[in-house]
Each structure stands twice: as C-alpha cells, then as structure tokens.
Design a protein around this ligand. Structure first.
Ligand SMILES: *Cc1c(COP(=O)(O)O)cnc(C)c1O
Length: 442
C-alpha cells in the first residue's frame, strides 16, 4: 500500500524529528508515536469544540478527544472560564481547598456506588491505590484480572496470562519482577467456570477481582450484564473485593458509569479521564468502611503533592456539572448510536467486514463480521485495514486514535453535522480499504 500524502505534514515531521532528541521514541506516551499507522504523528497546536488544528494548519474533526477526557470537546467555555478564574488565585497550595470539597460533594451526591472518594493525579495512580487498598483491607496479596482489560501501567497489572493451563501471570513489560507478576491471576473474560475454579483453588489468597466493566482499551469488548453480575456474586461468595476500573467508562456512559448503567455494585471504583475536565485527575471511591482503611484514618498509606489540585478540581467541576444537565447522556448515546449504525449499514450493503460496537458515546471500528467480546477474538491481521482507514481519514480531515485497538469518542461539542461528516468520511475511507479502489492502489 502506497500512503500518498495529500495534506501538508512538514511542521509535524520537523517537530517529531526534534522530539527524538529529547524523548525516547520522540514521545511521552508510546501510542502517540504513530507506530501502528503511517507517517509522523501530528503535533496539535490547538483545539476548539469538535476540531483540532495541527502545526501545519490542518483542521481535523477529532474522535480521539484526548483519549476520552474531553466529553465536552476542546476549549469548552465553562471549563475555560472556571480554570482561568481559579488560576488567578494561585495554582497549588498543598492544603485542603474548597474546590475539592465541591467536586467531592457533586460526585457523592450523584453517584450511588461511592460513599467516600480520594483524588489522585492519574488513572494509573487511582488503580495502583485501589489495589493497595484492596490488599490492605483483606490482608491478601493475589489479584484477578482479565485478558483484554487495561488498567494503566501499574506493575502488578502489566501482566499477561502465562502459558498452558496455569492462570498465573507473567509480566508483559521488562522491569516488572516475576515475583510481582505471580500474584496476578489472568483469566479470559466471560469464563465463569474458570473464575470459580481459580477462586476456589486460591481460596483465602485473593484480595480482589479487577475488571473494566466496559473494556475499552483493546477494542470495545462489550460484556453481558449477566457476566458482571456473576463477578459480583462470586466476589461475595469468595469474600474478595470487586473493583470496577471506570477510568474510561466513569462519567462517560452515564454519571454513574458502568456501575449505574448495568446496576451492578462494585466494592471499589477507580476514575480518571472525564473526571478532570482535561486536567490530570484520577480518583478512587468506595464505602466509608473500606475507604477508612486509607491514611490518615487507616493503615493503608497513599498521598500526593498535587492531589486535588485546585485548578484541576475547577476543571472537573465545570465538566461534571455539564454532564448533570437533564438528558445529557441520553442525547450523547443517541447521537453516537445514529453515527455507528449509519457506518454499519453502509458497510453491510457493500459486504465490508466492519461493524461498529458502541455504548454511550464510545465507539469502535471492528473488523470482521462476528461480535467481538474477548481479546482473543481480535484478528491482528485486520489492523492493516485500520492503517489504510486512518491514513485516508487524516487526508480528509478526521482524527482517530492512531491504533485499531483504540476506541473513538463523541463529545457534546460534536454537532449533528459533524457526525454526518464523520460518517461520510469514514465510509469513504472504508471504500479505499475494502472497495474496488483498493486493488488499484495496492
Ligand atoms: C486510561 C486508563 C487507565 C490509565 O489512566 P492514565 O490516566 O493514563 O494513567 C487505567 N484504566 C483504564 C480503564 C483506562 O482507560
């Protein structure tokens, strides 16, 4: 495949070359390097509403939305005003502050599944702290996670299933000690018998089961409610804690996230992304009883110099207040549904092997005709199609996350016209990847 450039990318290319001198691979987070798609990564200069402008001046309709945080799009006026107002009073005090109270209250008043919350500065930090809390609360070390769920770059979760029948994990990153990995048991999503067997075999050793209730970091692997309910029941039965990692789904598929959407109550929930309105915020929450294990009340230590930073709290408040507007989530889901089904209908008419799983305002371009619910059902060979589609979309001014394993996000700043434009351009890109043009070009 010949990836012809029809948009200028010189400024981005130059900046990326310079960045190689400063950062490993030229980036500060690996997927940004565009290794699974063509060309240098775009350096983005600014964003407004549903669009971003790169350093070459290309205007792009953005479906990446900073990987999820920007549920109100770029440069949202309410968030901007609150942030500026806050910045004018100083940016950090290392003390409790009123804005932290306000965001805490707003969340607890509107979320049935948490009674106490602790703010941290990233999703990874939230997950890391939640695991420590689960281990401190239960006095046990082992954790159960699922293949296809991502929980940030926490040591004990950078673990994949070991070979053979053993579910004992082996580390998926250099630098993670095998002794750490061995405390993580990795299971396939949806295997109820194996879960039961694992919990029985390791009776008295398991602190928690952690799951992305809506796995959205390895494609969008939408789960049955009954499976989430099974996790809840088995966690109770075996007296282990259930952690929902809602860093993506929290405040995204509903104010109460996946817990509310499926009405399944976990013991601990982790948050990130949307909660910070575009600033670095994470959080974890649980019942008062569990959260009272955290210092200074309890024995589990966890702290942060910039935790509940006032500017970040102001941004989070302005973001979440807008999410509480009546009908907000219903409208977002309806728009995303229309967009996803329009793309699917186009693909079906032409026999393109594409479907578009979606929930709330999250969608994924999935290749193949079968419903995909587990990581092992994704065919890596199909990612060549994503590469073509991604390239075509950049040429026509649409930005998707630069990997076929990443989901897309719709924001409240995406107008009906934006979404129709997105559909038309994604369909045109599918024509290039799957249509007759493809044979001419390859
Ligand atoms: C993004 C994400 C994380 C990690 O959050 P960071 O802010 O990138 O550290 C953890 N869990 C899930 C489910 C995520 O989507």
């Amino acid at each position: 495949m010949n990836f012809e450039q029809r948009i200028p990318r010189e400024a981005s290319a130059r900046l990326f070359e310079e960045a190689q001198e400063y950062f490993p691979g030229g980036v500060n987070s690996p997927v940004r390097a565009f290794r699974s798609v063509s060309g240098p990564p775009l350096f983005i200069r600014e964003g407004h509403g549903s669009h971003m402008i790169d350093e070459d001046g290309n205007r792009l309709l953005d479906f990446c939305c900073s990987w999820g945080p920007l549920i109100h799009g770029h440069d949202n006026p309410h968030i901007r005003e609150r942030v500026i107002e806050t910045v004018l009073r100083g940016t950090s005090f290392g003390t409790p502050n009123r804005l932290g109270n306000q965001l805490g209250k707003l969340i607890l008043d509107n979320h049935r599944y948490v009674e106490r919350i602790r703010f941290v500065s990233s999703g990874t930090e939230a997950v890391m702290s939640a695991l420590r809390l689960a281990r401190g609360y239960t006095g046990r070390n082992k954790i159960i996670k699922f293949d296809g769920c991502y929980h940030g770059h926490v040591d004990s979760l950078l673990v994949k299933a070991g070979s053979g029948l053993a579910t004992l994990g082996t580390s998926s990153s250099a630098g993670v000690p095998e002794t750490v990995a061995r405390d993580t048991l990795v299971l396939p999503l949806g295997d109820r018998d194996l879960l039961e067997r694992t919990l029985s075999e390791h009776s008295g050793e398991v602190a928690c089961i952690i799951v992305e209730p809506i796995p959205a970091n390895n494609g969008l692997l939408i789960q049955d409610r009954s499976w989430l309910e099974c996790l809840r029941i088995k966690a109770w039965k075996h007296d282990v804690l259930l952690i929902f990692d809602e860093v993506i789904s929290g405040f995204r598929v509903g104010f109460e996230g996946a817990a509310g959407l499926y009405d399944v109550a976990p013991d601990i929930i982790t948050f990130g992304k949307v909660i910070g309105g575009g600033f670095p915020v994470g959080a974890y929450g649980a019942s008062k009883e569990i959260m009272d294990y955290i210092a200074p009340v309890g024995p589990v230590y966890q702290a942060g110099t910039l935790s509940a930073n006032p500017v970040a709290m102001a941004a989070g408040l302005a973001a979440l207040e807008q999410c509480l507007a009546p009908g907000f989530y219903v409208e977002m889901a309806a728009r995303t549904h229309r967009m996803a089904t329009a793309i699917e209908a186009y693909a079906r008419e032409r026999n393109y092997p594409v479907h578009v799983p979606h929930v709330g305002s999250i969608f994924w371009l999935a290749f193949g005709t079968e419903r995909i619910e587990r990581a092992d059902q994704i065919d890596a060979a199909n990612m060549q199609y994503f590469k073509i589609i991604h390239h075509e979309l950049l040429q026509t001014g649409v930005y998707l996350g630069p990997s076929g394993y990443e989901v897309g996000f719709v924001s409240s700043a995406h107008s009906e016209t934006d979404l129709q434009e997105g559909v038309a351009k994604i369909c045109a890109a599918m024509d290039v990847a799957f249509g007759e043009n493809q044979t001419e070009k390859s």
